[in-house]
Design a protein around this ligand. Structure first.
Ligand code: NG6
Ligand code: CA
Length: 512
């Protein structure tokens, strides 16, 4: 067909030109690349809908995140796929709902890689479009083959086997050992004379733990988190050795910014994709001294300031290299907010009227709206109209097919099976978005139109440690989230036909 013919002809001309004049070819390549925007996903951890100024927060200031919105597009109905970290990240990178698999729950720090490297990832899509790709931040999707990585050797498969050219990550979360960086295939700064051992089943080595040595802690735990102490904070899991490789919580944000600056500087001549999963504002919240005490809301608020600073730094790097005009930034969060997530950091006592979940019910770990409806902002100068808002429904699982559309990469039927190409919605041209949203945490909920149906599930309806309503209920729940965004009035018995139709749609999607 014609398109195919032109594509082949185009390639032949490039090859011929290369032999005639490499400099002309380079110029032409640069021209072609100019049409491809750089793409950066800034992915916050546990940041709630109500934690950000442009989404209504007044007690904490987020000028840099707000500026993304005033220079771009703010989604009011943007969703993570799950109410916890690992499954949301899995969906974002694979375009498949994590709940289709059984092994995609919150990963331990020594888990093996849960994404199949033989399948196309979102980074592969960018690579196929000649982008340079990097992941800089929190991984939490496992590393290595089963039963997990040997930290003292070559660690593979991991991000580099999933289409990333460069990887600089913390393996799990801030509160999970090992508290080291993994750069490409190796633990950074590891002294092999002090080899590392990590276990989630039994103590290793004889390092102090939060349980046995609480006097050594600078931040006390409130629930769990009483195992190996690193940097004065006890974590989940046991670790010994690798002392020279251990990071300090307070130094992480500037280190990830340095990495970002280096990667962008080295790759400014070609299109790049950076997946930047920030470790803020997950517990333990121990931000850099630049932010300590500055929010007035305790470490949780200070961590929000640090996240906002991070966003400002990334924008500043782009501005200083004159790349902002050709860079698409997507800002979102992996799940909703939690105030006490296992450390006594005064987050509850110092909330000062701040409402992390905004007007929504629930939080992290919840099927209610606060679990998965998150900040979702897109900035793309000249392409996305500044200072606009959209009510289009969009899920992070759609970023895969949408980025394929952006990069003009064709996906095969087995690629990103749950992802919809929503480039028009992402750019604010389409106001509808996807037809339905699925939210997940110990069972599923579905939103279509103004209705939200939560499938019956066992499990506690309230978690007293986190003070969060989970949305679990053995009865079906139906809410009209247009007029009842706070999900207060269960209308299931009043509208049995709506319950039935949403239930059967959910079944059908589950069986797809
Ligand atoms: C929970 C942890 C919580 C957090 C969460 C994962 C306890 C008591 N709670 O099990 O602190 O680590 O897992 O968070 O240990 S996530 O954002 O990475 O999904
Ligand atoms: Ca999270």
């Amino acid at each position: 067909n014609r398109k195919y013919f032109f594509e082949i002809a185009h390639r032949i001309i490039f090859v011929l030109l290369f032999f005639i004049s490499p400099s002309i070819t380079n110029q032409l390549m640069a021209q072609t690349n100019k049409d491809k925007p750089n793409v950066i996903f800034i992915y916050a951890d546990d940041l709630g809908y109500g934690d950000v100024g442009c989404y209504g927060a007044t007690k904490v200031k987020t000028p840099n995140i707000d500026k993304l919105a005033s220079h771009g597009l703010l989604f009011k109905n943007g969703y993570a796929t799950s109410a916890t970290c690992t499954p949301s990240r899995y969906s974002l990178l694979t375009g498949q709902y994590a709940w289709r698999r059984e092994d995609t729950g919150i990963a331990t720090g020594d888990a093996s890689l849960i994404i199949d490297p033989t399948k196309k990832s979102i980074a592969d899509v960018f690579k196929l479009a000649n982008y340079k790709t990097a992941v800089l931040g929190k991984w939490h999707l496992g590393l290595g083959n089963s039963p997990g990585p040997n930290w003292n050797h070559y660690i593979s498969p991991g991000p580099l086997e999933l289409g990333f050219d460069y990887s600089f990550i913390i393996p799990a979360t801030l509160d999970r050992v090992p508290t080291v960086f993994v750069k490409d295939h190796q633990v950074l700064n590891l002294d092999l004379k002090d080899s590392m051992l990590v276990s989630y089943t039994h103590p290793v080595g004889n390092e102090p733990t939060g349980k046995n040595n609480p006097e050594k802690l600078k931040m006390m735990y409130s629930n769990g988190h009483d195992q190996t102490i690193v940097n004065g904070i006890s974590r989940i899991g046991y670790m010994t050795g690798g002392n020279a490789a251990r990071w300090k919580d307070e130094e992480l944000a500037p280190i990830f910014i340095d990495e970002t600056r280096n990667f962008i500087s080295e790759n400014k001549g070609n299109p790049f994709f950076i997946y930047f999963p920030s470790s803020d504002i997950h517990v333990p919240r121990s931000p850099n001294k630049m932010f300590v005490g500055k929010s007035g809301l305790g470490p949780r608020g200070d961590a929000i300031l640090q996240l906002d600073w991070t966003v400002g730094q990334i924008v500043h790097i782009l501005d200083s290299l004159k790349l902002s005009d050709n860079t698409l930034i997507v800002f979102s969060s992996d799940n909703g907010p939690v105030v006490d997530d296992g450390y006594k950091d005064k987050a509850v006592e110092m909330l000062n009227g701040h409402t992390p979940a905004g007007e929504f019910r629930g939080g992290k770990y919840s099927k209610f709206e606060a679990g998965t409806r998150v900040p979702f902002i897109v900035k793309w100068p000249g392409k996305v109209k500044a200072g606009t808002q959209s009510s289009a429904k969009i899920s992070q699982v759609d970023l895969f097919a949408t980025m394929a559309q952006l990069c003009q990469q064709k996906l095969d039927a087995q690629d990103a099976p749950d992802s919809f190409p929503l480039l028009n919605s992402l750019m604010g041209k389409d106001k509808v978005g996807r037809d339905y949203i699925i939210s997940h945490n110990q069972g599923l909920a579905i939103i279509k139109g103004d209705w939200k149906y939560i499938d019956p599930s066992s499990g506690k309806s309230y978690n007293k440690f986190t003070n969060i309503e989970t949305g679990n209920n053995t009865e079906p729940q139906l809410y009209n989230i247009k007029i009842d965004a706070g999900e207060q009035t269960n209308l299931a018995s009043k509208h049995p036909e709506t319950v039935e139709s949403l239930k059967s749609l959910l079944k059908q999607i589950e069986q797809n």
